[in-house]
Design a protein around this ligand. Sequence first.
Ligand SMILES: Cc1cc2nc3c(=O)[nH]c(=O)nc-3n(C[C@H](O)[C@H](O)[C@H](O)COP(=O)(O)OP(=O)(O)OC[C@H]3O[C@@H](n4cnc5c(N)ncnc54)[C@H](O)[C@@H]3O)c2cc1C
Length: 423
Amino acid sequence: MVSKPPIVVIGAGIVGVLAAYALAKQGKLVLIVDRALKPAQVCSFGNAGILAVGHAKAWAGPGAIWSIARALLGREPGIKVTRLMDPALWRWGIAFLGHCSHKAHLSNTEKLQRLSRFSRELSKDIEADLGLTSELRHDGGLYLFRDETEFAAYTGALKQTAGSDIQVLDRKALIAKEPSLAGCADQFAGGLFCTTDSVGNCRDFAVRVAEALSKRFGVTFQFETSVTGFTQSNGKIEAVETDKGTISCEAVLLATGVETPKLTRPLGFTPNIYPVKGYSGTWSIQDEARIPTLPLVDETELMAVASYSGQLRVTALAEFAGHDMSLPADRTDMLRDYVARTFGDAVDADSAEYWTGLRPSTPAGPPYLGRIRAFENLWVNAGHGQLGWVMAAGCADLIAARITGQSAEIDGVSAAASWLENI
Ligand SMILES: Cc1cc2nc3c(=O)[nH]c(=O)nc-3n(C[C@H](O)[C@H](O)[C@H](O)COP(=O)(O)OP(=O)(O)OC[C@H]3O[C@@H](n4cnc5c(N)ncnc54)[C@H](O)[C@@H]3O)c2cc1C
């Protein structure tokens, strides 16, 4: 008997692994192909791990134009442009500017918030289903401000975009919410608390889900395999071509993050996904009482802070540097200095491990999610930017529903493109 070909998911990052889970739950035969050795080795490896529903907003907006101008002059601490003469950056930047109106910002932010809230609830269902309840904490998250004026301006602007899950905290209320900050609270003017944020190690979660996929759902993995192209006929992908041979397929889902444009260009469409570089440092915790259990974003210094498994992770920067993966000393120094200033000897300074990753970012903010118009069986789930961990479960559910011919629970959340029949 000839067995049916699988749905091939390309990419075993958090987005691909959770999409495979959603497809397998629908009874589909799934094969995941990735060029890495194991799941979550690329952008899903060392991110902050915050399911930051409270931070689900589009970067493009009226204020972004000034941030870019300051970044080009080297005066924006959280943003760096180190590869200005990159045609991909210009294509992306022009489209980004097209999304900087107030109206576009509100519309894109609304999509991101709806998708993030939907996704966060589904993450809990996945945890329960797979017995992964110790992987995530769902106690909310903090957004802190060092500057009084900035804090006041931010809380005022919140009225336009925030849901009822955001509370404003003065310094006293901040310490009551997160007592470990008592030692450094004088550095902050106040903060916001988002009741619906969660936190957990994204890589560990992806690895645990992948284990469950092969044990419980018969999903197969083909690692150390690079996809090089596709065999197509009459608007259908017949097979996936790799450096290890050809794989017949029922359908293909691209969960290839920043590599997506390279892979699809020969097929006649190029998703506008730019690699926005970020950095993280991870330290062993020496004094748990002085390290926050709630994840936090330092809105003034643009740092994200999270702790799990006895470690503190701090992430920073949005850098436009093409696909460069170097770890310059001034970037790692910035992380080290921040941790020393804020947490002192609560962590072991010598234990630092630094990492860099490329956020797969679209100009609008929401990911590309849906079917490629020119092909009846080619789908995309890529471009989650700074929110890939928070949106992965929701995107997985929506794309699996469409691939299996059902209606998606929410829609109108994807970035739009002429080549995409978007969800
Ligand atoms: C510093 C930093 C902090 C972040 N913090 C957060 C956070 O707190 N919360 C949050 O929600 N998000 C965060 N993010 C963003 C998040 O990490 C990403 O959005 C997410 O990891 C993207 O997942 P992905 O599966 O799409 O991509 P990836 O994890 O990059 O996976 C793509 C996979 O596709 C494979 N692949 C690509 N091309 C091919 C090919 N041709 N053949 C075979 N395999 C291929 C790659 O090997 C890779 O494994 C952060 C990112 C950075 C850089």
